[in-house]
Each structure stands twice: as structure tokens, then as C-alpha cells.
Design a binder for this molecule. Structure first.
Ligand code: FAD
Length: 399
């Protein structure tokens, strides 16, 4: 399965930051983490810190899956508006999961400070604009609902948006809490620190078979085995093939990034922008002064994306960007495509699955995969300790 097309910007920008050995011997550990993307980096960090003897394996290089293709906007708002989520999981559940999103932004910021890593992290506001005149009333309902539950939001008219940000749009919600990151760099930096502390990381290590029992035994294609008490799957969208149930739809999403623009206004630098359309367009600036735009989703293409389609989709993204930001001179530098999972309610799957003994899954699907992965840190420790958390109920399989 092709998780992304070749030119993912972050991989080109940072290069292959670190490489780890492949597994060439039989080993034992408390917990084996499968997947060395941003989720595996966060979960292995938290496990190591809690004292678990932890091993990470990946069949590719670290951070070379979706974590190199992502636009990495960090938002507490999920793809399903809170007011719609309340219809699906109840008002209390919707508030709990939205509040957990806000907390996860803080957790990521704290982690970056504590570990003294860069990760291209920046605190930003998040502006969601209505994609049509007809949708303004619905977005306003969402605003009032969030206000009722004490979220730090402001309603901006199209005139105010134009004046503050030079954006041509309908009215929208401005959230005070948001951030952006370079998920590729962050993942490498966190792994590097933890590797020096004793975290064992093996890349280019393919799994042949796993036996789930009182111990979990992972056999690799090389002929080695890992015997562990628990396994945590942080293996992204490819994990879906382990289940007979269809937990998510996979789409291909497109992204394009501009050349560096040193005249970019500060208001734009500190903002995440997205709209209410389906699929919606989303954009952020990078720490090296580019504008990064994503959207134009289509059903997943298993054979990869040809150049013509990538060109067409990138052109469409640029056209929409020019309409939203008429003063911004968007000169494209790179374009790429990547896989993206969408669940029925916009919530992730984090927890145990009845078909797999001693196994935990951290599958942060949807537009907020990274904030869900951050929530996974606390939740994995709770599962291991046998403790309950309302989020585990909301994020359970077979819901
Ligand atoms: C274009 C695009 C834009 C996005 N925008 C955002 C955004 O703005 N904000 C946001 O929060 N999220 C966004 N996402 C989603 C986000 O990228 C993902 O949620 C996140 O990268 C998932 O990280 P991960 O570590 O779970 O998965 P990955 O980075 O894909 O890592 C999983 C790893 O598991 C490994 N693996 C899989 N199966 C096996 C196996 N059997 N054996 C060994 N290793 C295995 C893979 O090789 C891979 O390295 C976007 C995604 C794309 C493609």
C-alpha cells in the first residue's frame, strides 16, 4: 500500500534525519510498539518514561509514512462539528472529546519544552470559515454551542476576517487554541532522544507473523522473534487490514506548498485556516515561511497517484487559495498526495480489540490524527494500569 507519493515536502526539507538498525537477533521486552511514525514516537516516549522496557519496529524508515506527508495542523476541532458529534455520542461525550483535544495541544507543547526539542512547533489560532452563504447559520450554531461549553472562540464577520487577515471569505469561527508542527522532524527528534535513553528502535524490520497469547510473539521476515507482554499498534492506516470490520474509509488527500515568502504578514503566520466544505481546503504556514495547503480528497488510490492527477489537484488547491487570499502570491514549490482515514464520527480508535489478546491499538484517524495520537499517550498507560477513562469508551472499537 502506498501511504504517500514521493515528494512529501517534510522528507525533502529535513532529509533522512536518523537511521536505525534492522532487527538481527531474538529479543524480549515489556511492550513492542509497531510503527515508527509520530504515534509510535509519542507512545514509546510515554512507555519508556513510565518504566516499560520498550522496543519500536517499523518496516520502513522512521517517520517515512503519513508522518512525512501530513500538513500537521494541530487543532482540537475534529472533522465532525461538536454540535453534530453531540447527536452521535451525546452532549457530554462531544464536550469530553473536544476538551481532550485542547488538552492534547497543551501536552504536545509541554513535551516539546520538557524535551527541549524544536519539531517546527508553533502556537497558532485556528480560523474556520463557512464555505457558502447558506452554511453560515449552521456554523454560527456550532459557535454558540462551543461558547456554551466555554471554549475560547470568537465569531468573525467576513468584513472582520478581511480586515484582520486579508482573507476573502464568509463569516467564521476563530479559536484561540491551535498549533502546527513538523511531524517528521518532531518524530525523529523524539526518537533520537529516547534512543539515547535506551529505547530500542529497529527500522526496515518486516513482520511475518504474530502470535497473540499470554505473551505476544512477533516473528520477523529475517527469522528473528520479539517476545513481549503487550504490543501496541501505532501502524497507521495499514492497520485497517487486520480487521474484518470496516472501521474507516481511506481517502487520498492532496497537498501543495509554496516557495518561501519572506513578505508574508504576521497575522497569516500565526493562523490555521480551514473551511466547512466537504472535502474542505486547509492551510497553514511553515516555520520557513511557506504556505502549505491541503484538500481535494478522493477515494483512496491503491496503485498510487499519477503526475497528471497530482498536477490537476494541486492547481485546484492553488486556485482556491488565490480566491481566499487574493493578496498572496502563491508560487508552488512541491506537491504530493497521501492517505487519510475517515471514521463515521470523526473520532479515533484507541483501545483493545476482542480479536487480539494483549494488544492495544492507537489509530488516530481523521483530520486530527496527531492530536488523537497525543491523547493515546495517556490512554495507553491507563489501559496498561487497568484504569477507566471516558475517552476509552468514546474511542472503543465496535461502537
Ligand atoms: C496530506 C495529509 C495531510 C494531513 N493533515 C493533517 C493535519 O493537518 N493534522 C493532523 O493531525 N493530521 C493530519 N494528517 C494525518 C496525519 O498525518 C496522521 O494522523 C499521522 O501522520 C499518523 O501518524 P502515525 O504514526 O499513526 O502513522 P504513520 O506516520 O503512517 O506511521 C505508521 C508507521 O507504521 C509502519 N507500519 C505499518 N504497518 C507495519 C507493519 N506491519 N510492520 C512494521 N511497521 C509497520 C509504517 O511503515 C509507518 O512508518 C494528514 C495526512 C495527510 C496524508
Amino acid at each position: 500500500m502506498k501511504l504517500r507519493s514521493y515528494e512529501a515536502f517534510w522528507l525533502l526539507k529535513n532529509g533522512l534525519m536518523n537511521s536505525y538498525p534492522s532487527l538481527q537477533e531474538d529479543i524480549k521486552c515489556d511492550v513492542a510498539v509497531i510503527g515508527a511514525g509520530i504515534t509510535g514516537a509519542l507512545i514509546s516516549h510515554t512507555l519508556l518514561k513510565a518504566g516499560y522496557n520498550t522496543v519500536v519496529i517499523d518496516k520502513r524508515d522512521a517517520a517515512a509514512g503519513s508522518s512525512s506527508a501530513t500538513t500537521s495542523m494541530l487543532q482540537y476541532e475534529i472533522d465532525t462539528p461538536m454540535i453534530d458529534l453531540a447527536e452521535m455520542v451525546g452532549e457530554e461525550g462531544a464536550v469530553i472529546s473536544y476538551k481532550a483535544g485542547v488538552e492534547s495541544l497543551q501536552m504536545l507543547e509541554d513535551l516539546i519544552r520538557e524535551e527541549n526539542i524544536d519539531g517546527g512547533f508553533g502556537i497558532k489560532k485556528s480560523l474556520q470559515v463557512s464555505h457558502s452563504k447558506e452554511n453560515i447559520a449552521k456554523l454560527k450554531e456550532e459557535y454558540l454551542f462551543r461558547k456554551k461549553h466555554f471554549f475560547n472562540v470568537e465569531w468573525l464577520s467576513s468584513e472582520e476576517i478581511k480586515e484582520r487577515y486579508k482573507i476573502n471569505s464568509h463569516d467564521g469561527i476563530l479559536s484561540a487554541e491551535g498549533a502546527s508542527i513538523d511531524a517528521f522532524k518532531f518524530t525523529h527528534e523524539l526518537f533520537y532522544k529516547n534512543h539515547k535513553r535506551g529505547l530500542r528502535i529497529y527500522d526496515h524490520t518486516e513482520i511475518k507473523k504474530i502470535t497473540y497469547g499470554d505473551n505476544v510473539v512477533i516473528r520477523t521476515k529475517n527469522g528473528n522473534k520479539i517476545v513481549c507482554k503487550k504490543v501496541v499498534f501505532c501502524s497507521g492506516f495499514e492497520t485497517l487490514k487486520m480487521f474484518k470490520e470496516k472501521y474507516a474509509d481511506i481517502v487520498t488527500t492532496f497537498a501543495t506548498v509554496s516557495e518561501q515568502n519572506h513578505d508574508m504578514c504576521n497575522e497569516l503566520k500565526d493562523l490555521l485556516i480551514w473551511e466547512t466544505g466537504i472535502p474542505y481546503i486547509y492551510m497553514r504556514t511553515t516555520d520557513d515561511n511557506r504556505l502549505l495547503v491541503g484538500g481535494e480528497d478522493i477515494p483512496f488510490k491503491y496503485n498510487g497517484i499519477n503526475d497528471r492527477l497530482k498536477r490537476k489537484k494541486a492547481d485546484m488547491l492553488v486556485k482556491k487559495t488565490e480566491s481566499l487570499l487574493p493578496d498572496y502570491n502563491f508560487i508552488e514549490d512541491y506537491r504530493w498526495a497521501g492517505a487519510f482515514g475517515q471514521t463515521k464520527d470523526g473520532l479515533p480508535y484507541i483501545g483493545e480489540h476482542p480479536d487480539y489478546k494483549n494488544t492495544i491499538f492507537v489509530l488516530g484517524f481523521g483530520g486530527n490524527g496527531i492530536t488523537f495520537s497525543a491523547q493515546g499517550m495517556k490512554l495507553v498507560l491507563k489501559i496498561l494500569a487497568g484504569e477507566y477513562d471516558p475517552l476509552l469508551y468514546l474511542y472503543r472499537f465496535n461502537r
